[in-house]
Design a protein around this ligand. Sequence first.
Ligand code: MN
Length: 225
Amino acid sequence: MSEKDGLRTYRGKRHFDRTSEPSGERAARDEAARTADDDPAFVVQIHDASTMHFDFRLEVDGVLKSWSVPKGPSTDPHDKRLAIPTEDHPMAYRDFEGVIPEGEYGGGTVIVWDQGTYRPTSHDKRNRPVPFGEALEKGHATFDLRGEKLRGRFALTRFHGREEASGGSARKPTWLLVRTGSGGGSGRGTPDPRRARSALSGRTLHQVAEAPDAPRWEPNGGEQK
Ligand code: MN
């Protein structure tokens, strides 16, 4: 699937004259500086929409593959977190923090809870590395997260749950996101989304909702309007 096709669903759901989310139209140019040698990016956003949830996104082939994780990723290997696939997002979305207007798709406040890079760790039976996109297509991918909050090995595993589990979209499979235990897991689970602070700006959901356009104090906070 080409990148353009990958973002068609994303663009089709949004009005970019009303939401400050990135359209991804400039993706190729914006990402030109990234090279194949760079580790791919991941981001976890907290999204206070009609239902509070976390959005878990992994860079794969130029887009952010995305899952909605109602309870958020847990650092406790005992927690199996439901992860419902959502549409691919443009790479620029990994810095998106702000307020999506009420009435628009996903209306509500978004903060970047964690961000960093990851290393795919899936291997085949002969112990050869499997490209990450291929591992996802087969329904099981493992990876090491190197974020500010999430560190260590995680696995995403597809299963075909009941239709209700995927929000009424019968064709959509469901996944589980699990910390697989390697590395010094603290087992502290996931913090309360309402008290959690942005990895980009240090702000809470509430603070972003009150002042979505406040300048960021982090070096990568160049606002683009
Ligand atoms: Mn969301």
